[in-house]
Design a protein around this ligand. Structure first.
Ligand code: UDP
Length: 499
């Protein structure tokens, strides 16, 4: 093998849903920029996701500026109208695992025989942490695997300690035990209650056993991987990070917040290069963003609007939507609501706003007066808009870190898995908002909106701004995330296939 054929080539394989695709595309851009094109990057995703990325995020145009980047796509085998998320998430995961496993094996095997096109052989696989089989395939083919974790470190720590909770009888727990403090969580003793653990720790959760088994396997899987990458920053989770580092051998690259880090790198490029790099704003959206909401926001005073979105997966019942809208309307504050297609079970979709007919008249008038409803929003841009004063969120990790970076306080309504842990961190560790888990009540929401937007506004804003500053420091002037990215690039460059 000559020098040329030894160029590093990473295969990036995200879970093909909005959050992981967005953050792993940003990871791809960061690696391309930090390695100055020395690393070839192939991004493996489904045809469904790729088509939508091209349609709504102009991905082909954006990435045409990176000659070492290419997409490879595969059919997920699901019907076109399958939602690929929400309550059909497991169906999607099983389909993608079923198709991608043989495909990945084939791609890795081909490395060892003839290689197509001008590609260099794959020297490293960066896989979503949910694909447990990736590390086995890597081992089989002598290709190092790095896992990208789309969750927070706080949640990873909970996952790693699950066997301890089970041994102590804290998991699984009954409904009436939810408020009891978790005493066996090293490093953050007493912060979490049982109800703050992922939903599968609840005895009445139907997928409890399967999920617990899956998570217990996680530790073994990590031990066999070359490294882990996290979309967070050192100062945000410092005590926990040093604790995990002291007790586990994992090589961890903490290089987030990825969207801010990429923005910073693109600004640096802009300042030094004659040819302009791609725009610093890239949503990587797989839905059409309705930008009319920006014009609506422009009409309202500073910090007067609450932004409400539950990400790309959560579904609500019609009753829950109506309860939340009552709470928001009664609070008197303006709100921007993202009503993703098919996100409200039993409610007409958004074609010609037919859902209007299913909302009680008086409530609809209130929503029309104080609210603005879109099917999908340019979230990063919105969180940084001056008229946004709070974020009513499902506590997905991407949404949370985007809100922290923008210094926007949160009201959390977590739905499942890591979101239940994150919302507790928001309210009791970072102290940048309130947690309304396990309740869907108009009066509770109304009071929380008043607290976040008015009564406790200064306290939350002060904490949120302090974290936003730390986030900024981590990605500029050789901050911790910059240094970690450089080390990751060095590690990737050091991987060589056996000659
Ligand atoms: N998002 C967006 N527009 C919306 C709602 C969400 O661009 O109207 C993006 C958001 O910025 C985030 C991602 O979708 O990057 C959601 O990821 P998260 O981890 O918060 O939640 P998930 O969708 O995985 O539950």
């Amino acid at each position: 093998m000559d020098q040329q054929s030894q160029k590093a080539h990473i295969l990036i394989f995200p879970l093909p849903i909005q959050g992981p695709v967005n953050s792993m595309l940003k990871l791809a851009e960061l690696i391309l920029i930090a390695s100055q094109g020395q690393i070839q990057v192939t991004f493996l995703t489904t045809i469904h996701t790729h088509t939508r990325l091209n349609l709504h995020a102009k991905a082909a145009t954006r990435f045409s500026g990176y000659p070492s980047f290419s997409f490879v796509t595969f059919p997920d085998g699901l019907p076109e109208d399958h939602p690929r998320g929400g309550d059909k998430f497991m169906e999607m995961l099983n389909a993608v695992e079923g198709v991608s496993q043989p495909l990945l094996r084939d791609m890795m095997l081909n490395n060892n025989s003839s290689h197509k096109n001008d590609d260099y052989p794959i020297t490293c696989l960066i896989s979503d942490g949910l694909f447990h089989f990736a590390v086995d395939l890597g081992k089989e083919n002598g290709i190092p695997v790095i896992y990208f974790e789309t969750m927070s470190l706080s949640c990873l720590w909970v996952y790693l300690c699950l066997p301890k909770f089970i041994e102590a009888g804290e998991v699984p727990f009954q409904e009436n035990e939810g408020m009891e403090a978790i005493l066996t969580l090293p490093g953050i003793r007493g912060l979490l209650r049982r109800c703050d653990l992922p939903d599968f720790c609840r005895a009445n959760n139907s997928s409890s056993e399967t999920m617990i088994q899956r998570i217990i396997e996680l530790e073994k899987q990590y031990n066999r991987a070359s490294a882990l990458i996290f979309n967070t920053f050192e100062d945000l989770e410092a005590p926990l990070l040093s604790y995990i580092r002291a007790h586990h051998p994992y090589n961890m690259y903490v290089i987030g917040p990825l969207h801010l880090h990429l923005k910073e790198k693109l600004l640096e490029l802009e300042a030094t290069k004659a040819t302009p790099p791609p725009s610093t704003y890239c949503s990587n959206s797989i839905w059409r963003e309705d930008n009319s909401c920006i014009e609506w926001l422009n009409r309202h005073p500073r910090r007067s609007v609450i932004y409400c979105s539950f990400g790309s997966q959560v579904t609500l019942s019609k009753e829950q939507l109506i309860e939340f809208w009552h709470g928001l309307v009664n609070s008197g504050f303006r709100f921007l609501w993202v009503k993703r297609p098919r996100s409200v079970i039993g409610m007409e979709d958004d074609v010609h706003n037919k859902w209007h007919e299913q909302i009680p008249d008086k409530l609809l008038k209130g929503v029309m007066k104080n609210g603005y409803v879109v099917t999908w929003a340019p979230q990063e841009e919105i969180l940084n808009h001056p008229s946004i004063g709070g974020f009513f969120t499902h506590s997905g990790w991407n949404s949370t870190i985007e809100s922290l970076v923008a210094g926007v306080p949160m009201i959390c309504w977590p739905h499942y898995v890591d979101q239940l842990v994150i919302s507790r961190y928001v309210s009791h560790f970072w102290k940048v908002g309130l947690d309304m888990k396990d309740s869907c009540d108009r009066v509770i929401l109304e009071n929380m909106v008043r607290d976040v937007m008015c009564k406790r506004k200064d306290e939350f804003l002060q904490n949120a701004n302090a974290l936003a500053n730390l986030a900024k420091q981590s990605v500029e002037n050789r901050g911790s995330s910059c240094r970690s990215l450089d080390m990751l690039v060095d590690e990737i460059m050091s991987f060589r296939l056996p000659v």
